[in-house]
Write a protein that binds this ligand. Sequence first.
Ligand SMILES: C[S@@+](CC[C@H](N)C(=O)[O-])C[C@H]1O[C@@H](n2cnc3c(N)ncnc32)[C@H](O)[C@@H]1O
Length: 302
Amino acid sequence: MPIKEEYLRRNRTLWNTLRDVLKDEYEEYLRYITSPIYRPYIRANTLKITPEALKERLLAKGFVLEGTVLPYAFRVLHYPSEMGKTLEHFLGYYYVQDLASMLPAHILSPKPHSYVLDIAAAPGSKTTLLCALMENTGMVFANDASMDRVRALVNNVERMGCLNVVVSIYRGERLVRFYREYYDYVLVDAPCSSIGTLHKNPEVALWWSPKDVRVYSRVQYRLLLAGWEMLKPGGRLVYSTCTLTYQENEDVVEEFLRVSGARLVPVPDVGIGEVDGGIPGTKRFYPHRTATEGFFIALFEK
Ligand SMILES: C[S@@+](CC[C@H](N)C(=O)[O-])C[C@H]1O[C@@H](n2cnc3c(N)ncnc32)[C@H](O)[C@@H]1O
């Protein structure tokens, strides 16, 4: 039995929660996430190199890459050396990042010269993509509550050559008093119980509990509301998590919609097999369908 299935079996509550979410797709999902084959993705850092030039350099080193729906992202079918230890990685030519994790920033799609708030930003995978999409113009205010994780955020911001980032260490909820209706775009990539990452991080099954879900859902709601208050009228906000429970996704969005009067904008189709979430217009990414981490994305306009 692959170790990951054993991990999962040890946590009956998680097992049952996943069954409830995935219903008759559960077995297929389980086969996928317990498979020993894990194919990561990388994102070319267009601030420093074109996707074509990156591909050429990595192919010369023995990497095997496959294109994806995003012009700057590749799936890595084979890598001869650790992906985080190549010269190209050191130089900030690419970021190792799951395809689904690129989508919140891609869908938010901030225009150059705009002001963007990334309210829970560390270690910066989405911050650095936002910068690339904005071609290093405007400002990305990258905030996170964890000092430890902000160290990694700062390293990544520097490595990727992002010049338009302000880093802050604060509880996102508390930023409201300084920045009411200040940002053109807000990303709320909320802390979550991380079920969507089980394939890569099977140890999630060792700590996950329904209590985490309850606690995270409150933080998520508060961050979403705070993000909304900091968004300018006419601005757009993306709410995303890498988890699959309804309590941390649809329930949070439903409560938020009731209180805020926000307008939900349908998440554009990405075309990788994502399905509609429990609230029309939101999207769920199931690993066995999309060959990515599990994700949830909702988009709002003020
Ligand atoms: C899903 S991770 C963010 C990943 C990041 N957006 C990326 O793509 O690299 C969630 C983050 O929320 C942070 N966090 C937890 N509670 C927070 C709060 N109240 N305010 C701001 N950040 C918080 C955690 O430290 C963690 O780094």
